[in-house]
Ligand binder design. Structure first.
Ligand code: HEM
Length: 323
C-alpha cells in the first residue's frame, strides 16, 4: 500500500466527517459539543447498520486486503484485479459491487473516527469548562474506535474468522453505547432534560442482570451468524422436532477455529488435506471448485447447481464457507 493511497484514504474519511459537520452547522447555524456528540452517535448507529449490510450481502472480503482495495484507495482504481477475480468466480467473494460495499463501510468508519478525534480534541481544549470526566470519556471512546478499526482489519486479513467478526460486532455496539453515554453527559452541558443521570433507577441489580443476559444473547446471535449455523435447526420453535436436540457443545464453542473445518472438527471435504485454507489464493480456490465440479455428483450442472448443496450442508458448516 503506497503512501499516496494511505493519504487518499485518510482524506476520504476526513471529507466524510467534514461534510457531516457542515450539515450540522447548516441545520443549526452553530456546532455545539453536545450536537457533535449526537451527530457522531447517530452516524455510528448508521455505520453499524451498514456493517450488518456488508455482512449480509457477503461483501466482507469484497476487498481481500487492508487498508485499501488491492493496495489502492478505491475499487475503481483496482478495477482490473476485481474484474479478474469476478471472472474467475462470478458469485465469489470479490465482485465490483461487493468491493464498493466493503470500501464504503471502511470510508464511513473513518468518518466516525475523524469525528471522534474532533470530540476528543474539543473536550481536552475546553476541559476547564466541560470537566475532566468528559475529556477522559472522550479519550476512552477514541481508544475504543482504534481497537474497533484494528478488529475491522483482522476481520478482513483473517478471512472472517468467526471469533474476530463476533468481537467486531460486540465492539461496534459497545462504541454506540459509549457514545450514547457521552451524549447523556454532554446533554448536561446544555441543561437538557434527557440526561441519563436525571433518571433514578430503583432496580439497579435487576437492570444489571438483564443487561448481562442481553449482552450474552447478542454474543450468541453473533456467534450463530458468524459460524453460518443458522440452518442447524430448520424448524421452529423446536429443533429437529425436539426441545433438546443432540448438541456438541465443545465443537460448537471452539472459539479459535481453523478455517476450512466443519463444526464437528473434520476437514471440509471441498479442500484436500494438503491445502492450508489460510494460504489458499482465490485462483487456487477457483481451480479446486472447478476440479470438484468436474468429479462430483453435480457434474454437468455447472456452478448454479452448487447452491442447494451448500444450503443443505449449512447446519454443519462453520467458517469453511468463506475459506
Ligand atoms: C467505527 C468503526 C466500525 C464499526 C462501528 C463497525 C461495525 C460493524 C458491524 C456492526 C458489522 C456487522 C457485524 C456482524 O453482523 O456480525 C461490521 C462488519 C464488517 N466490518 Fe466493520 N465496523 C467498523 C470499522 C471497520 C473497519 C475499519 C473495517 C475494515 C478495515 C471493517 C470491516 C468490516 C467487515 C469486513 C465486515 C463484514 C464482516 C463479514 O462479512 O462477516 N469495519 N462492522
Amino acid at each position: 500500500m503506497s503512501l499516496i493511497a494511505w493519504i487518499q484514504l485518510l482524506l476520504i474519511g476526513a471529507a466524510i466527517g467534514a461534510v457531516l459537520l457542515m450539515l450540522l452547522w447548516w441545520k443549526a447555524r452553530r456546532v455545539s459539543f453536545h450536537r457533535l456528540v449526537l451527530l457522531t452517535t447517530f452516524f455510528t448507529f448508521d455505520l453499524i447498520l451498514f456493517g450488518a449490510f456488508t455482512r449480509l450481502t457477503d461483501s466482507g472480503l469484497g476487498c481481500p486486503d487492508w487498508p485499501g482495495c488491492y493496495g489502492v484507495s478505491n475499487p475503481l482504481a483496482a478495477l482490473t484485479q476485481i474484474r479478474e477475480a469476478e471472472n474467475l468466480m462470478p458469485t465469489g467473494p470479490v465482485t465490483l459491487s461487493k468491493a464498493w460495499i466493503e470500501m464504503l463501510h471502511r470510508y464511513f468508519a473513518m468518518g466516525v473516527g475523524f469525528l471522534i478525534i474532533i470530540i476528543t480534541a474539543w473536550s481536552w481544549i475546553k476541559k476547564s469548562t466541560m470537566g475532566q470526566k468528559i475529556a477522559i470519556t472522550s479519550s476512552a471512546i477514541l481508544a475504543l474506535v482504534c481497537v474497533q478499526g484494528a478488529f475491522g482489519a483482522w476481520t478482513v486479513t483473517l478471512k472472517l474468522q468467526p471469533l474476530i467478526v463476533t468481537i467486531h460486532l460486540m465492539l461496534g455496539l459497545s462504541l454506540l453505547a459509549a457514545l450514547t453515554y457521552l451524549s447523556s453527559m454532554s446533554a448536561q452541558l446544555e441543561n437538557k432534560q434527557y440526561s441519563f443521570r436525571q433518571v433514578s433507577n430503583p432496580h439497579v441489580k435487576l437492570t444489571t442482570i438483564v443487561l448481562i443476559i442481553l449482552i450474552a444473547q447478542i454474543f450468541l446471535g453473533g456467534w450463530v451468524s458468524t459460524n453460518y449455523a443458522v440452518l442447524a435447526c430448520d424448524d421452529f420453535p423446536m429443533c429437529h422436532g425436539s426441545w433438546y436436540p443432540a448438541m456438541n457443545f465443545s465443537e460448537g464453542f471452539t472459539f479459535w477455529r481453523e478455517l476450512g473445518k466443519t463444526a464437528d472438527g473434520t476437514t471440509n471435504a471441498t479442500l484436500p488435506k494438503s491445502v492450508t485454507p489460510e494460504a489458499l489464493t482465490l485462483e487456487e480456490a477457483a481451480q479446486l471448485i472447478d476440479e470438484r465440479a468436474a468429479k462430483g455428483p453435480a457434474k454437468g450442472k455447472g456452478r448454479a447447481a452448487k447452491k442447494p448443496a451448500a444450503k443443505k450442508a449449512a447446519p454443519k458448516k462453520s467458517s469453511a464457507k468463506k475459506a
